[in-house]
Design a binder for this molecule. Structure first.
Ligand code: HEM
Length: 211
C-alpha cells in the first residue's frame, strides 16, 4: 500500500514558529491599531483566546480525523499534532501576558473577579503547563506510556470543557458565542467517535492476527 504524504515545507518546529509568529503579528496589529490601549488589550485577550481555540480544536481532533476520514491532510495533522498543541500553548501564553497587562492598565480588573471565577482558567493553565512539559522526550519517558496517555487525554478534555464553559457563560453577552460553544460540543462528540472507531479497528486486527 502506498502512503501519500501531504506536501508541505511547514512541519515540526518550522510549523510551530509560523503559527507563533502569526499569533504575535495578530496581537501586535490589534494593540497598534486600537485607538485606546485598554480596549485594545481587552480585544487582544479575546483574539488570543480565539486563536488558541482554533489551534486547540486541530490538536484535539487530529486523531479522530485521521481514523474517521483517512486522507493525507488527516495524516499530516496527526503527525504535526505536537507542534500544533505547542502553538496552542504559545497562543495561551500570550493570552496570559495580555491578562497581566490588562490588570495593570485597569486596576479594577482583578478586584472585580472572584477566586471561584478564576478557578477554571487557573486549572486550564495548570494542565497546559503539564502538557507542554511532558511533550518533551525526557519528562514523557519518566511518566511512562500509560500515565502519559492518561495525562494528555485528561488534559485535553479538561481544556475542551473550559472552552465550552467560557463560551457558554458569555451567551448572555452575544448569541454568537453559540458558534464556538456548539463547535466545542461537536468536537467532543467527534473525538469520542474517533476513539470508538480506533477501538473497533484494534479488535478487528486482534481477531484477524494468527494466535
Ligand atoms: C485565570 C486564567 C484566565 C483569566 C483571568 C482569563 C481572562 C479572560 C478575559 C479577561 C477575557 C476577555 C473577556 C471579554 O472581554 O469578554 C477572556 C476571554 C476568553 N478566555 Fe480567558 N482567561 C483565563 C484562562 C483561560 C483559559 C485556560 C481558557 C481556555 C482553555 C480561556 C478561554 C477564553 C475564552 C474562550 C474567551 C472568550 C473569547 C471570545 O470573546 O471569543 N481563558 N479570558
Amino acid at each position: 500500500m502506498t502512503t501519500h504524504t501531504f506536501p508541505s515545507p511547514w512541519h515540526g518546529w518550522r510549523l510551530f514558529s509560523l503559527l507563533a509568529a502569526a499569533v504575535l503579528l495578530m496581537t501586535a496589529l490589534i494593540l497598534l491599531l486600537g485607538p485606546d490601549t485598554v480596549d485594545a488589550t481587552r480585544s487582544a485577550i479575546r483574539a488570543t483566546a480565539r486563536s488558541s481555540f482554533v489551534l486547540f480544536l486541530l490538536a484535539f481532533l487530529a486523531s479522530a480525523w485521521a481514523v474517521l476520514l483517512p486522507s493525507p491532510l488527516g495524516q499530516a495533522l496527526l503527525r504535526e499534532r505536537r507542534f500544533i498543541g505547542l502553538a496552542f500553548a504559545f497562543s495561551h501564553l500570550v493570552h496570559a501576558l495580555l491578562i497581566y497587562r490588562y490588570g495593570q492598565l485597569n486596576p479594577q480588573f482583578w478586584p472585580g473577579r472572584s477566586a471561584l471565577g478564576n478557578l477554571p482558567g487557573s486549572v486550564g493553565y495548570l494542565f497546559i503547563l503539564l502538557l507542554v512539559l511532558t511533550s518533551f522526550k525526557r519528562p514523557a519517558a519518566l511518566l511512562g506510556r500509560r500515565t502519559w496517555k492518561r495525562l494528555h487525554t485528561t488534559g485535553m478534555w479538561v481544556l475542551a470543557a473550559i472552552f465550552a464553559y467560557s463560551n457558554f457563560k458569555r451567551l448572555p453577552l452575544s448569541a454568537w458565542y453559540l458558534l464556538p460553544f456548539t463547535l466545542t460540543c461537536t468536537a467532543m462528540a467527534i473525538n469520542l467517535l474517533g476513539k470508538l472507531a480506533q477501538a473497533s479497528k484494534r479488535r478487528q486486527r486482534q481477531a484477524l492476527s494468527p494466535r
